[in-house]
Design a protein around this ligand. Structure first.
Ligand code: SF4
Ligand code: SF4
Length: 240
C-alpha cells in the first residue's frame, strides 16, 4: 500500500480515535522489533504481530456499532462465487444481471505476513457506488450498502471480504496438504487494534474467525475453480 496514502489514512483515523503510538508506528512500518507469532486455532494458523521490545501482542476486536469506518472508507469488495449467488438473489437479480449491473473487475497485488507472501488477484468486485470507475479501484469510498444506522443493507449476506476484515488470508501447501493462514491488514482504517501481554484476550475472537476464514477460503477456491476469479500466491519463505 502506498506510504503517503497509509499516512493520511492513519492520521485521519487518529483524529477520531485514540490510536496507541506503537500501533501508529507499526502501521507506518516504523517498528523494527516486530516478530510474527504463529498460533494454531482449529484448522487455521493466525500470524499475530508481536512487539518484542515491549513484549506485547497486537490484538484486535471490532468496535461496531460505535465504528463503521471499514464501510465508510471501503477500498474494494472482491466477491466469491458464493457472494455472487447470495447477493444476486437478495437484490432480486439473476446471476448475469447482478454481474452486469452491480460489479466490475478489479486486479491488484497484496503483500501479507510482513512482506513474505505476495498475492496477485483478479476478481469480480461489488461496486461500492453505482457509477464506480476503474480509476476508483482501491481508493476509499463510502459503500452504498451502508445504512444511516451504520449497518450493512446486505446483512447477513454481506460479502465474505467484509466478514473477515481486518484479517487477510492465504493458503500454503505443506506436503501436498493445504494450510490456511491469516494475519491483520494494517490499512489505517480500523481503530480496533490494541496491545496485550496475552493473546488469551482474543481467544474467543480467534475461535470465531478461524471458522469464517476457513469457510471464506473454501469459497475463494471454488471461485477460482469455477473461473470467476484468478489468484496467484508467491510465498517467499519457501524459496531457497
Ligand atoms: S457491503 Fe456492507 S459490510 Fe461491506 S463495505 Fe458495504 S456496507 Fe460494509
Ligand atoms: S473499522 Fe474495524 S472496528 Fe470499525 S467496524 Fe470495521 S472492523 Fe470493526
Amino acid at each position: 500500500m502506498d506510504h503517503n496514502y497509509l499516512r493520511s489514512a492513519i492520521d485521519e483515523l487518529s483524529k477520531e480515535w485514540e490510536i496507541d503510538k506503537r500501533i501508529y508506528d507499526l502501521t507506518l512500518g516504523r517498528r523494527n522489533d516486530v516478530k510474527d507469532t504463529a498460533i494454531q486455532v482449529n484448522e487455521m494458523i493466525f500470524h499475530i504481530p508481536t512487539l518484542t521490545n515491549d513484549n506485547l501482542y497486537v490484538l484486535w476486536d471490532c468496535l461496531w456499532p460505535r465504528c463503521h469506518n471499514c464501510c465508510d472508507k471501503q477500498g474494494r469488495l472482491p466477491l466469491t462465487i458464493k457472494d455472487i449467488e447470495v447477493i444476486s438473489e437478495k437484490l432480486h437479480y439473476t446471476k448475469k444481471e447482478f454481474i452486469d449491473n452491480e460489479t466490475r473487475i478489479s486486479s491488484w497485488t497484496e503483500s501479507e505476513s510482513f512482506g513474505d507472501v505476495i498475492t496477485s488477484l483478479s476478481m469480480i468486485s461489488l461496486k461500492r457506488i453505482t457509477e464506480e470507475t476503474d480509476e476508483q479501484d482501491g481508493t476509499p469510498l463510502s459503500c452504498k450498502f451502508l445504512d444511516n444506522e451504520g449497518s450493512c443493507k446486505l446483512h447477513p449476506q454481506r460479502p465474505g471480504c467484509c466478514q473477515i476484515y481486518p484479517f487477510t488470508s492465504w493458503t500454503t501447501l505443506t506436503n501436498g496438504k493445504p494450510q490456511i493462514h491469516a494475519t491483520f491488514q494494517f490499512d489505517g482504517r480500523c481503530p480496533g487494534f490494541y496491545l496485550s501481554k496475552s493473546f488469551d484476550d482474543m481467544a474467543e475472537v480467534l475461535e470465531h474467525y478461524s471458522k469464517i476464514i476457513v469457510e471464506y477460503n473454501n469459497d475463494v477456491s471454488r471461485t477460482t475453480r469455477e473461473g470467476y476469479g484468478f489468484i496467484n500466491i508467491v510465498d517467499l519463505r519457501s524459496k531457497p
